[in-house]
Design a binder for this molecule. Sequence first.
Ligand SMILES: NC(=O)c1ccc[n+]([C@@H]2O[C@H](COP(=O)([O-])OP(=O)(O)OC[C@H]3O[C@@H](n4cnc5c(N)ncnc54)[C@H](OP(=O)(O)O)[C@@H]3O)[C@@H](O)[C@H]2O)c1
Length: 240
Amino acid sequence: MSGRPEPDREQLLAAYAVPERATPRIRMNFVMSLDGAVTLDGRSGGLGDPADRLAMGVLRTLADVVLVGAGTVRAEGYGGLRLSPENVAWRREHGLGDVPRIAVVSAALDLDPRDPVFAEAEGRPLVLTHAASDPVRRAALAEVADLVDCGADRVEAALVRDALAERGLPQILCEGGPHLFGTLIDADLADELCLSLSPLLVSGSAGRIAQGLSQHARRMRLVHALPAGDLLLLRYARAR
Ligand SMILES: NC(=O)c1ccc[n+]([C@@H]2O[C@H](COP(=O)([O-])OP(=O)(O)OC[C@H]3O[C@@H](n4cnc5c(N)ncnc54)[C@H](OP(=O)(O)O)[C@@H]3O)[C@@H](O)[C@H]2O)c1
């Protein structure tokens, strides 16, 4: 352990404060090992620690909706979003519902309607897909979620953001995964990256936090770098 003081919840709420809630914003949140791995044993959990989880709870508290790709739902077993009583109280004081909505991006709709992401959700989840997706799977998922078409035959990232904003959910916290992040970088729609740099070297063949079709250089500026023990909480925003 470093013996360094760790930021508390109040400090994190101030550090990640949203300047203006009406303007749509896509904020990414990832945890990554020092050597760039996005997973340990196939999941993100082994990379994080209590400080990272505190920051994640704060980021969820500040969000209108948590956006995830179907691959992350399948790998991580996304249950209902739970917030601490303090964070629920903060949301109520600020006129927000108790927890953010959840929205899942999927083209193939290879999602089980009995999955905890639907069964344990507090509000009705959104499934963001395209108009040509499989009709049988659409019908099954429509029992448990609101399906929204964000494109004719593929999911278009700009339509994802617009669909959420139109539903009163402009503050979008995207918790991955790498393919969804890649799509958002391709479309130049990632406004912020909140990255927990975990003090682990893991090697192996795990992927990185973004996987896209082509490379782009999107310049970001550092908003903060907060040590939390040996972990580093980095907040970057799009450079204007
Ligand atoms: N370290 C971290 O912070 C962190 C965070 C998140 C995830 N992860 C890890 O990342 C891994 C999953 O990676 P992944 O890249 O497969 O995750 P992902 O981006 O969540 O999932 C990819 C799937 O999501 C859907 N999708 C994503 N972008 C789409 C788009 N633009 N259009 C249509 N569908 C889209 C597709 O689902 P369909 O196949 O249903 O069409 C696609 O197959 C897991 O091991 C997870 O643990 C780590």
